[in-house]
Write a protein that binds this ligand. Structure first.
Ligand code: PMP
Length: 432
């Protein structure tokens, strides 16, 4: 049998760190990353023959679990018709309509292949539309690996304790202003001084790349008000939260139609596990994109028919029951994690936004509301916790700065496996 260790050794000789995306390398938790060979419902199977309850769900896309029969058969049917045409196909409008039904403020949409492309294009579009250069982002928010947004970024940048990234020229980030998350006064102050130079604020609808952090009451609405007052755009990044925490994303959960950003970015669930992402929003802004407008953007595989089929099938199957199930599972697991950590005497807070949650160690007094608090936590407790869970058959995101992902396929057996693993993991965290 070729083991994960063998596969990792081979991969390290071929790929930097043996991986094609950094956090997969187990850099902050240590040990051998597991090489996965199949997934079914809530379960993953590795090359060594072990079975895990998957709480990563491909980092978000798999709202319906692995190999959902409805999604798989839609993908098979699309594959049989051909893999890519480099021309428009009916499925693109089908997915666009499904998005618009859920988020009516998406008057126009453009499909791209990754979340990074979606946010990168949204920034270019905001700059082109407003004729301004400055972009505001918040510390700890991750929007993909686009140069201009790779400052004070969360996700793998936080996991690997990197200040940003080498290879990003100072000039590229000179027009990016980073502010502390959840600090509306800092936003007001910046706009009072430089409001007419600011093209856009980009923000995660609810941050989940510094662990999960809930936007404070009125924070997102405040960003909407301030940007509108100064003629800047608001870009709500729902790559991670979109169609996962609610049929209409975190915007649907929290704003309920009372206000809307100018642009949304989507990814993950919209592609159901295949590479699709999108940006969408106000028609007058979106029509600044080529071929109608002067802002250029393109993609050989944009709107790929197989990926569209996966996205359409995923959204069609993601009905209210799916969201109720994931919400209920999330509440149940949050309570179980809290109980186990309390019993082991591990100080912590359970961070949540909708059905997304994560654990922050040593933060019970304040909880985590910004990046400074996220970074100040007792993150050394996570690696032993993670490995105890892994040994007991639970595959968590290998970083304390990532959310735990559930699916509607997580059944009683999966939940019981997680619950049974928690006491020993909590003891391991306590002993760290
Ligand atoms: N925005 C957010 C909020 C994300 O969580 C991510 C990825 N985790 C991205 C953008 C980038 O998406 P991708 O990895 O598909 O480029």
């Amino acid at each position: 049998m070729t083991t994960s260790a063998d596969l990792f050794a081979t991969a390290q000789a071929l790929m930097p760190g043996g991986v094609n995306s950094p956090v997969r390398a187990f850099g902050s938790v240590g040990g051998t990353p597991r090489f996965m060979v199949s997934g079914s419902g809530p379960w993953l199977r590795d090359a060594d023959g072990n079975r895990y309850v998957d709480l990563v769900c491909s980092w978000g896309p798999l709202l319906l679990g692995h190999a959902h029969p409805g999604v798989v058969s839609a993908v098979h049917a699309a594959v049989d018709r051909g893999l890519s045409f480099g021309a428009s196909t009916p499925a693109e409008a089908q997915l666009a309509e499904l998005v618009q039904q859920r988020v009516p403020a998406v008057e126009r949409i453009r499909m791209v292949s990754t979340g990074t492309e979606a946010t990168m294009t949204a920034i270019r579009l905001a700059r082109g539309f407003t004729g301004r250069d400055l972009v505001v982002k918040f510390a700890g928010c991750y929007h993909g690996h686009e140069d201009a947004l790779l400052v004070a970024a969360g996700s793998g940048v936080a996991t690997l304790s990197l200040p940003g990234s080498a290879g990003v020229p100072a000039g590229t980030v000179a027009d990016t202003v980073v502010l502390p998350y959840n600090d509306l006064a800092a936003v007001e102050e910046l706009f009072a001084g430089r409001g007419e130079q600011i093209a856009a604020i980009i923000t995660e609808a609810a941050p989940a790349n510094m662990g999960v952090v809930e936007p404070g009451a009125g924070f997102n609405e405040g960003l909407r008000r301030i940007t509108a007052e100064h003629g800047a755009l608001l870009i709500l990044d729902e790559v991670l939260t979109g169609f996962r925490v609610h049929p209409a994303g975190y915007w649907g959960l929290s704003a309920g139609g009372a206000w809307a950003p100018d642009l949304f970015t989507f990814g993950k669930v919209i592609g159901g596990g295949l590479p699709t992402a999108a940006l969408g929003g106000r028609a007058d802004v979106m029509e600044f994109l080529a071929p109608l407008g002067p802002v250029y953007q393109a993609g050989t595989l944009s709107g790929n028919p197989v990926a569209m089929a996966a996205g359409v099938a995923t959204l069609q199957h993601a009905d209210d029951t799916v969201y109720d199930t994931v919400d209920g599972l999330s509440r149940q697991l949050q309570a179980e994690v809290h109980t186990a950590l309390d019993a082991a005497g591990v100080d912590h807070s359970i961070q949540h936004a909708g059905n997304l949650f994560s654990v922050a160690f040593g933060t019970s007094d304040t909880g985590v509301h910004d990046y400074a608090q996220a970074q100040a936590q007792d993150s050394y407790r996570f690696a032993p916790f993670f490995h105890a869970m892994l040994d007991a058959g639970v595959y968590l995101p290998p970083s304390v700065f990532e959310a735990w992902f559930l699916s509607s396929a997580h059944d009683d057996e999966a939940v019981e496996t997680v619950v049974a693993a928690l006491p020993a993991a909590a003891q391991a965290a306590a002993a760290a």
